[in-house]
Design a protein around this ligand. Structure first.
Ligand code: IPM
Ligand code: MN
Length: 374
C-alpha cells in the first residue's frame, strides 16, 4: 500500500517538529510494509512575504485530492497577528469543511500533571470541538459614530448566509462580532461525539453558555438534546464553559467525550493540554470524515524557539499517529503511541519542557527506534 500525504511544515518550529513526525511515521511504515510519499507544500509566512498570497484556490483544490494532510504550525511575528492564522489555517479548515476538531486529553504514564493526586486513569477523555462555525465565522467589524451599513457573507459547504446590518450609534466607535451556529452544523458534530462515546465509555458532556448567550448556545443545547434521544445508552450532562474549567481541574475523571462549540473548545483544550502534561504533548485532528482531514499539534509555531532543535516533537508525532489511524493503519498508529508512552516512561530522552535536555531530533529518533521494539 502506498499513501501520498501532503505535508505543510509551516512556520516557526513547524519544520523541525514535522521532520520528526515524518521520521517516526516512516519507521511505522517500514514495520508494517506500507509506503508514504510526502508532497511538500510551502504555505505560511515565507510564502506570504515572498508572494503576497496566503493560499490559492488552486492549492486548495490540489490538497483536496488527498484524504489526509500533515501540518506543523502557522504563525509568524513578521506578519500581523491573525493574517496567517485566518488566511491559511482557518481557510483550510473551512474549505475542507473539517467540522470536527478532535483533541484527546490523555495523561500518559511517566508524565507529571499539575493536578495533585491525579494519575493516568483519571485523565483520559476526548474533546470534540466544532470547527467551522460559532464566533470563528469572521462576521464582524467596527463602526464610527452615526449611521452606516455593512454586508457579510458566510459561504460553507452546508449553506450560505448573508447578513445586512444597519448601524446607528452615538458611541465614538464600536467593535462587534457575530457568532453563528446552524442546526445542520451543530447536529453533525454532536452526532460525531455520541458515536465516539458509544465506542468509549458512553458519556457525552456538552459545553455551552446557555445561561447568557442563550440564542446561540440555547440552540446548541436544544440540538444536543435532540441528538441524545437517538443514543439512550449514552449518559449526558450540560456544563457552562466557566464551570467546566473548574471540573477539568478538580474532577477530570468525570469526562469521557466532551463536545463544545468552536470558541469554547479552543479555550478548554489549552487547559486540557496542561493537565495532560503541557502543550508539547497535545495532539489534534481536523476531521472531515467524508473528505480531506488535517492533522496538527494543538500548539502554535513558537517562533522564539525556531531553529534551536529544542522543542518537544511528541504532539506532532502523536498527531501523525492519528493521521495513520485515519488512513486505516491502526496497528501502526497504536505502535507509535506505544512508542511515545515507552519513551516517556523510560524518561531518559526528553526535551526541556519535561525536565530533560535532549533535542527535538533526539526525541524523534528515539521514538522511531522504539516503534521497531514495541
Ligand atoms: C488552535 C489555534 C487556532 C484556533 C488559531 C491559531 C487560529 O488556537 O488551533 O487552537 O483558534 O483554532
Ligand atoms: Mn487554540
Amino acid at each position: 500500500m502506498n499513501y501520498k500525504v501532503p505535508v505543510i511544515p509551516g512556520d516557526g518550529i513547524g519544520p523541525e517538529i514535522i521532520a520528526e513526525g515524518q521520521k517516526v511515521l516512516q519507521a511505522a511504515a517500514d514495520k508494517y510494509n506500507f509506503s508514504l510519499d510526502w508532497i511538500e507544500y510551502s504555505l505560511g509566512a515565507e510564502h506570504y512575504l515572498k508572494t503576497g498570497e496566503l493560499v490559492s484556490e488552486e492549492t486548495l483544490k490540489d490538497l483536496g485530492r488527498y484524504p489526509a494532510i500533515y501540518l506543523g504550525a502557522i504563525g509568524d511575528p513578521r506578519v500581523r497577528p491573525g493574517v496567517l492564522e485566518k488566511g491559511v489555517l482557518l481557510a483550510m479548515r473551512f474549505y475542507f469543511d473539517q467540522y470536527v476538531n478532535l483533541r484527546p486529553v490523555k495523561l500518559l504514564e511517566g508524565i507529571w500533571t499539575p493536578l495533585k493526586d491525579k494519575t493516568p486513569k483519571d485523565i483520559d477523555f476526548v474533546v470534540v470541538r466544532e470547527n467551522t462555525e460559532d464566533f470563528y465565522v469572521g462576521i464582524g467589524s467596527r463602526a464610527r459614530r452615526g449611521k452606516s451599513h455593512a454586508d457579510f457573507e458566510i459561504k460553507r459547504t452546508l449553506y450560505n448566509i448573508k447578513f445586512g446590518l444597519d448601524i446607528d450609534t452615538d458611541s465614538e466607535e464600536i467593535g462587534y462580532q457575530i457568532g453563528e451556529i446552524s442546526r445542520e452544523g451543530t447536529k453533525r458534530v454532536i452526532k460525531y461525539a455520541f458515536d465516539l462515546a458509544a465506542k468509549r465509555h458512553n458519556k457525552v458532556s456538552s459545553v455551552d453558555k446557555a445561561n447568557v448567550l442563550s440564542d446561540i448556545y440555547g440552540f446548541w443545547r436544544e440540538v444536543f438534546q435532540d441528538v441524545a434521544k437517538g443514543y439512550p445508552q449514552v449518559k449526558t450532562d450540560f456544563n457552562f464553559v466557566d464551570a467546566i474549567t473548574m471540573w477539568f481541574v478538580k474532577n477530570p475523571e468525570w469526562f469521557d467525550v466532551v463536545v463544545a462549540p468552536n470558541m469554547f473548545g479552543d479555550i478548554i483544550t489549552d487547559l486540557g493540554a496542561m493537565i495532560q502534561g503541557g502543550l508539547g504533548l497535545a495532539p489534534g485532528a481536523n476531521l472531515n470524515p467524508e473528505g480531506t482531514s488535517m492533522f496538527e499539534p494543538i500548539h502554535g509555531s513558537a517562533p522564539k524557539y525556531k531553529g534551536q532543535n529544542k522543542v518537544n516533537p511528541i504532539a506532532t508525532i502523536w498527531s501523525g499517529a492519528l493521521l495513520l489511524e485515519h488512513l486505516g493503519q491502526s496497528k501502526a498508529a497504536a505502535d507509535i503511541i506505544a512508542a511515545i508512552e515507552r519513551n516517556l516512561f523510560e524518561g531518559k530522552i526528553k526535551t526541556y519542557d519535561l525536565g530533560g535536555s535532549s533535542t527535538t531530533s533526539e526525541v524523534g529518533s528515539e521514538i522511531a527506534r522504539l516503534v521497531g521494539l514495541v
